[in-house]
Design a protein. Structure first.
Length: 142
């Protein structure tokens, strides 16, 4: 299989195998009016297998989403077929409107316009807590 390089856009590399569709959903890549290539289970000497997403356009990329899903992702910004910037995402300290609080007593359940904000409380286990009610949300993206 041959997937051509992109002239201008973004390449998300070193995605944990099987997580590319989560990223596709959370970033809303289906709403983009450009080519998006998802490569799953690509052989990798470092990871064994990995996923890659190639987006043939530049857009406002939410790095917190990527860090929450997989903090080992590499983001490459491409211009004229050359990498002009490379970023390594990290586990974000705070995430806003990425996940929702499931506690029915939380203020976010009553006040619909309030942002769902979680803070990282246990980086080793990737545990986030709602800033309003302290409900625990472990990352299911481990």
């Amino acid at each position: 299989m041959k997937i051509d390089s992109i002239k201008d856009g973004i390449v998300l590399d070193h995605i944990k195998a099987g997580k590319s569709m989560d990223i596709y959903k959370y970033l809303g890549l289906d709403k983009l009016d450009c080519s998006v290539a998802i490569l799953k289970n690509v052989p990798s000497s470092k990871m064994g297998k990995k996923d890659i997403i190639k987006i043939a356009n530049h857009f406002d990329l939410n790095l917190d989403v990527l860090g929450y899903i997989d903090p080992n992702i590499t983001v490459c910004f491409i211009k004229n077929r050359e990498i002009v910037q490379k970023k390594h995402v990290e586990l974000p300290e705070k995430i806003v409107n990425i996940i929702r609080c499931k506690n029915p007593r939380c203020i976010t359940s009553v006040e619909q316009e309030i942002d769902h904000i979680f803070k990282l409380t246990d980086p080793e286990h990737r545990v986030y807590r709602c800033i309003y009610c302290e409900s625990r949300k472990g990352s299911y993206f481990k």
